[in-house]
Design a protein around this ligand. Structure first.
Ligand SMILES: [Fe+2]
Ligand SMILES: [Fe+2]
Length: 246
């Protein structure tokens, strides 16, 4: 990642830190009892996932940034972690207002955290971007599953941030992978896609009532996750020029 790229990302995260996203207070905020039952455990798991002190990530980034002389990366990650904590706070506030209990542990969250704890920056990013890609598809599904305007706007707000997170993490991950021989990049891509498909399947299974209700069967959910993977992590050069006239 070039110094100019880092400057752009730093500007982005600084701007968002100074202008944190808010959900308008006057918005309609009615969650019907059956909707509450449908989403309660599911949204609590994602709220837990958004909540992290980011200690492992900070350590991995500090090691990497000092070796590669990229001090601004440390600040970017610090702001990124705050943005994720802001997501957790927005979800928590919605849940508290609707008497949805918070979760303090969940086995899928625990697996993600364990994997990241053992990782260097590259593996950490693989796991993180996997969670973010799945989160994006999930929050869209959650918005479809509810008639509550506040929750719909909240989901769209999270997706707007997460799309940028995935773009940032993908660029960083691709720049790290660039240093590897071609055969190894191919292997890592295949392994990462497999990991994403497997994880998305587990997430679909554990949130199936909500996802089915939103119209996402297993195949659709996994396909949408993989399509995002291709978009961000397997970019292909696209030409908009008209085909030459013969
Ligand atoms: Fe988030
Ligand atoms: Fe994120």
């Amino acid at each position: 990642m070039s110094p100019d790229d880092l400057k752009i990302w730093l500007n982005h995260f600084e701007y968002h830190a100074e202008h944190p996203r808010r959900i308008p207070e006057e918005i309609e905020d009615v969650l019907r009892a059956e909707e509450r039952r449908l989403i309660a455990r599911s949204i609590a798991t994602f709220q837990l996932g958004e909540q992290s002190e980011g200690a492992t990530l900070t350590r991995a980034v500090q090691r990497f940034a000092s070796t590669h002389r990229m001090p601004s990366l440390i600040r970017i990650m610090e702001l990124f972690i705050h943005e994720e904590q802001r997501h957790a706070a927005l979800l928590r506030s919605f849940m508290e207002d609707h008497q949805i209990p918070l979760k303090s542990r969940d086995w899928t969250d625990k697996v993600f955290r364990r994997l990241r704890r053992r990782a260097g920056l590259e593996l950490y990013l693989c796991v993180l971007v996997t969670a973010e890609l799945i989160g994006n598809v999930y929050y869209r599904a959650l918005a479809c599953a509810t008639g509550c305007q506040r929750l719909r706007v909240l989901c769209r707000t999270l997706v707007a941030d997460e799309l940028v997170h995935v773009a940032f993490e993908s660029q960083l991950l691709l720049s790290l992978r660039d240093a590897r021989p071609r055969w190894r990049r191919t292997l890592m891509r295949a392994a990462h896609r497999g990991f994403l498909a497997g994880t998305a399947s587990v997430v679909w299974w554990t949130h199936r009532s909500l996802l089915r209700h939103a119209g996402y069967d297993l195949g659709t959910f996994v396909r949408l996750c993989l399509a995002q993977y291709s978009f961000y992590l397997e970019p292909v050069p696209i030409s908009l020029a008209s085909p030459s006239v013969r």
